[in-house]
Design a protein around this ligand. Structure first.
Ligand code: FAD
Ligand code: SF4
Length: 397
C-alpha cells in the first residue's frame, strides 16, 4: 500500500487582513485556511492555469479550433431544463439544491460545501459543510456577494470525510481544483454555477440603492435573458429595470476588481454547470463537462423536463456598440432604455447566442480593465480562449 505524504500547512490569514492577490482577491476562502500554503499556485488571480486544470479534471483542455469550446468550455452535452416541481425560494427552479440533496441522501457523498446566509442579513454569505438535506435547502438562492466558500476546507480533513460535493463559482473552483490532491479525498464532485459581476456586501448595497425602487425589500435578483434586471421583493412582486437604463456611470466601481478581471464566467473546471443564460426564458441551462457530471445529472433526470439548446439572432453588432457606451459610462433616459429593451428582446440574440452576447460583453470589458490597470498581468492572466473571443472586436485604447 502506498502512503500519501501529508500536505503542507501554513497559518491562515486573519479575517480582514490583506490577501496575497491584494485588491484582486475575490475572497474565495482559501486564505482563511491552512491551504494558504498553496496560494501562489492555486489563486485564480495570481496564477491563471485553466487549460492545465481542465486537462486534469476533464481529460482534455478546450479545443481552440471549436468556437463552442471557446465560449462554453469542455463539454459532452448542453441542454435546457427545469424542475417539474420547482423548489420554493430557489434562485431558479432549484436544480442545484436538488442534485446536492440526492447525492447526500443516496450516500454518494458525506458532505456538501455550500453557502447559507447569516441570520441578520439575507445577503451576507455564510459558507457551511452541510451534512443534512435541510442544511442544503437552507443554502438555496444566490448570495450575490463575494463568498468565502473554501473557508470550510479545514473542516473536511478534520471530519475525516472521504467523499465530498462542492458547490461554487469559477474562482472558488479554480483554487479548489489546484489543491484537490491535498484534500485527502477518495472522490470530489464539483457542481458549478456561472458567475459574473459579483460585488462586496457594500457594493451590493450601492447597486440595490442605485437601481431598485425599494432596495430594502429585495429578496433576490437576476440579469435576465429579456435584457432586464428582475428584482423579486419580499411580497412576491417583481420589479424590472432594462439593462440599458442602468446608471453605468454610478455603477462602474461597484463590481469587485476580481470580477472585472475574471475570464471564467462559465465555470470551466466544474464537472457539471447549472446556470440559465444559454436557455430560453424560464429555463435553466445545463453543461455536462465529463462523466462525473453526467453521473450527477442522471440522479435527477426523472425530476426535470429537458429540451435541446437553441440559438438565434446575431449578437456581434450589439456587443460592438456596447463597448464604447460602457467605457464612456453612457446612461440612456428610461423611456429610450425601455424601448431599446423591447426591440432587442424581439429581434435580439436568444439561447446560446444570448450567452455569447453576455460572455463577449463581459470579456471585452474585463480585457480593457486588466489592460489599463494591470498591463503587466495581461498576457499571462487572460486565457487563450478569451483572447480569441476578445479578438473578434475593435476595442478602444
Ligand atoms: P439553487 O437551488 O437556488 O442553489 C443555489 C446554490 O448556489 C446554493 O447551493 C448556494 O450554495 C450556491 N451559492 C449561492 N451564492 C453563492 C456564491 N456567492 N458563491 C458560491 N456559491 C453560491 N448563471 C448564468 O447563467 N448567468 C449569469 O450571469 C449568472 N450569474 C451569477 C452570479 C452569481 C453571483 C451567482 C452566485 C450565480 C450566477 N448564475 C448565473 C447562476 C444562476 O443564477 C443560478 O445560481 C443557477 O442557475 C442555479 O439555480 P438553482 O435554482 O438551481 O439554484
Ligand atoms: Fe486567497 Fe482566494 Fe483571495 Fe486568491 S482569491 S488571495 S486564493 S482568498
Amino acid at each position: 500500500m502506498t502512503s500519501v505524504a501529508p500536505h503542507k500547512k501554513a497559518k491562515a490569514l486573519k479575517p480582514g487582513s490583506r490577501r496575497p492577490a491584494k485588491e484582486l482577491c475575490s475572497e474565495c476562502g482559501l486564505c482563511d485556511t491552512y491551504y494558504i500554503h498553496y496560494v501562489k499556485e492555486a489563486c485564480a488571480f495570481l496564477n491563471q492555469q485553466v487549460a492545465e486544470l481542465e486537462a486534469a479534471a476533464h481529460g482534455r483542455s478546450r479545443n481552440l479550433e471549436s468556437q463552442d469550446d471557446w465560449y462554453f468550455g469542455v463539454h459532452q452535452e448542453m441542454m435546457a431544463a427545469k424542475k417539474k416541481q420547482p423548489i420554493e425560494g430557489a434562485q431558479w427552479t432549484g436544480i442545484v439544491s436538488t442534485i446536492a440533496c440526492e447525492m447526500l441522501t443516496r450516500g454518494m457523498v458525506e458532505g456538501v460545501v455550500c453557502v447559507q446566509n447569516t441570520k441578520e442579513d439575507r445577503f451576507q454569505p455564510m459558507p457551511i459543510l452541510a451534512t443534512t438535506p435541510e442544511q442544503i435547502l437552507a443554502a438555496r438562492v444566490n448570495k450575490p456577494t463575494l463568498s468565502p466558500n473554501l473557508s470550510v476546507l479545514e473542516q473536511i480533513e478534520q471530519s475525516g470525510m472521504k467523499r465530498l460535493l462542492v458547490i461554487g463559482v469559477g474562482c472558488q473552483i479554480q483554487a479548489l481544483r489546484a489543491v484537490e490532491k491535498q484534500l485527502g479525498l477518495e472522490k470530489l464532485y464539483v457542481l458549478g454555477t456561472p458567475c459574473v459581476d459579483n460585488v462586496s456586501r457594500e457594493g451590493l448595497q450601492k447597486f440595490l440603492e442605485t437601481t431598485s425602487k425599494s432596495p430594502e425589500t429585495v429578496v433576490h435578483y437576476e440579469f435576465m435573458q429579456d435584457f432586464r434586471v428582475h428584482f423579486k421583493h419580499e411580497d412576491g412582486s417583481i420589479e424590472t429595470v432594462p439593462f440599458f437604463g442602468l446608471k453605468t456611470n454610478k455603477l462602474k466601481d461597484v463590481f469587485a476588481p476580481s470580477c472585472m478581471s475574471c475570464f471564467d464566467y462559465v465555470n470551466s473546471l466544474a464537472d457539471l454547470v447549472v446556470g440559465y443564460m444559454g436557455a430560453p426564458f424560464g429555463w435553466q441551462w445545463i453543461v455536462v463537462r465529463n462523466d462525473t457530471g453526467r453521473e450527477m445529472l442522471d440522479l435527477v433526470r426523472d425530476q426535470i423536463e429537458t429540451q435541446g439548446v437553441m440559438s438565434s439572432g446575431d449578437r456581434r453588432q450589439a456587443v460592438q456598440n456596447s463597448i464604447p457606451a460602457y467605457d464612456k459610462g453612457v446612461t440612456l433616459p428610461m423611456w429610450a432604455a425601455k424601448l431599446m429593451g423591447v426591440v432587442i428582446e424581439r429581434i435580439g440574440p436568444k439561447g446560446l447566442e444570448y450567452a455569447r452576447f453576455s460572455i463577449d460583453s463581459h470579456y471585452t470589458r474585463n480585457y480593457l480593465f486588466v489592460k489599463r490597470n494591470y498591463p503587466e498581468k495581461l498576457a499571462a492572466h487572460v486565457p487563450e480562449y478569451a483572447k480569441r473571443i476578445v479578438g473578434q472586436y475593435k476595442l478602444p485604447e
